[in-house]
Design a protein around this ligand. Structure first.
Ligand code: SF4
Length: 373
């Protein structure tokens, strides 16, 4: 048999086994219950970097609040971020919002991969997902799950994190994508990666395509895929100032395009600290916002890890007589406001901001106020 005929035979066998398995093994997930391109796009954006179980309640609440692409486009960014609070990677929410505005202005949801790629925030993976799942277009996709499954099925011995290895994975995905219901094929590959062909311990005994898997045949499934190491997150020390007066607290909003863009938080300052320096930094922070502190209390250190930085934040709780005449004197922020404790839940904020506020004593308005993520 020629190599081409062998490839076609393997592809047909993969399709038949994987599609049959997916029919009965697929999880019932909310975004799999329809073909609304907006809902599918939303789920794909939320699922990047976030686990399915975490995403489900956010996805349901978000769709309740913004049921259509038009509703999302018309909403202020602050409200969108508020509904993203706690989900992390806030750039996704900002790009989703910007993309919704572009689609709403066009008046029609794009169907083809090339058109979808014109929308801000839609990359090759999301374009493939929306085109194939919502519109039944014969479009491939590669996410971490698909890359791992294909690297094992075809025993790829290149680094698949980028460059030639990733290009090879895309080529395979494009060659394999089904004519008939490509969306179901793509989802079957992702489902296999997420439930059976998992990162550390592939469950080959339960795998519907084990007899077709080259990595399994060679006994190298736990050694594949080859991935170059990610850079280690940089350690950063910061001071946070929670300045409060009576029933309100000072919050500052991050500038739109940087870290935590558009989110509200007690102001932070990056620096090397010991306890004395942290107190001084709190005073510097207060004066940058036009606040005079009457007392400062150290509320301990919290840690927060992002993909690129590991933060240790000294939380300083400052009392002031007034939060009346605020200014915004730090370049990472574009706005500062006095926010009543009871209105905190209406402000989009990062889980870092929630951790900082959570370091306050129980008797503060934050602890008594409505629960926030
Ligand atoms: S046989 Fe094992 S390594 Fe191969 S695709 Fe299935 S789960 Fe993954």
């Amino acid at each position: 048999m020629t190599q081409g005929a062998q490839g076609a035979e393997k592809s047909a066998a993969l399709h038949s086994a994987l599609r049959a398995w997916y029919e009965h093994a697929r999880r019932d997930l909310p975004w799999r219950r329809g073909h609304d391109p907006y809902a599918i796009w939303l789920s794909e954006v939320m699922l990047q970097q976030t686990r399915v179980e975490t995403v489900i309640p956010y996805y349901n609440r978000f769709l309740q609040e913004f049921p259509t692409v038009m509703a999302l486009a018309e909403a202020p960014l602050d409200r969108v971020l508020e509904h993203w609070s706690g989900l992390g990677y806030y750039r996704r929410a900002r790009m989703l919002h910007e993309g919704a505005r572009v689609i709403a202005a066009r008046g029609v949801f794009p169907k083809e991969v090339a058109e979808l790629r014109q929308v801000p925030g839609i990359g090759p993976y999301t374009a493939g997902a929306v085109a194939s799942i919502a519109f039944g277009q014969r479009a491939a996709l590669v996410d971490g799950n698909v890359a791992r499954v294909l690297a094992r099925l075809f025993a790829l011995d290149h680094d698949i994190r980028g460059g030639a290895g990733l290009a090879r994975v895309w080529k395979l995905a494009e060659a394999l994508v089904a004519e008939d219901d490509p969306g179901a094929w793509n989802q079957a590959l992702m489902e296999l990666g997420s439930t059976v062909c998992t990162v550390r311990d592939p469950r080959c005994l339960l795998c519907p395509v084990a007899s077709l898997c080259e990595a399994k045949a060679r006994g190298v499934e736990k050694h594949l895929p080859i991935l170059s190491p990610k850079p280690r997150p940089r350690g950063v020390r910061e001071v946070a100032l929670v300045a409060s007066s009576g029933d309100a607290v000072l919050l500052a909003r991050r500038c739109p395009n940087g870290l935590f863009g558009g989110l509200w938080e007690p102001p932070l300052l990056e620096m090397e600290t010991d306890l004395e320096e942290a107190r001084q930094a709190a005073v510097v922070l207060a004066s940058a916002f036009g606040v005079e502190l009457t007392s400062i209390e150290d509320r301990g250190t919290i840690t927060h890890t992002l993909s690129h930085r590991r933060m240790r934040v000294e939380v300083m709780w400052g009392q002031t007589e007034s939060l009346g005449e605020l200014r915004c004197g730090l370049s990472i922020y574009d706005k500062a406001e006095r926010v009543p404790w009871t209105e905190l839940s209406g402000r989009g904020r990062s889980s870092l901001a929630s951790k900082i506020l959570g370091a306050l004593p129980r008797q503060t308005g934050y602890s008594r106020g409505p629960s926030v993520s």
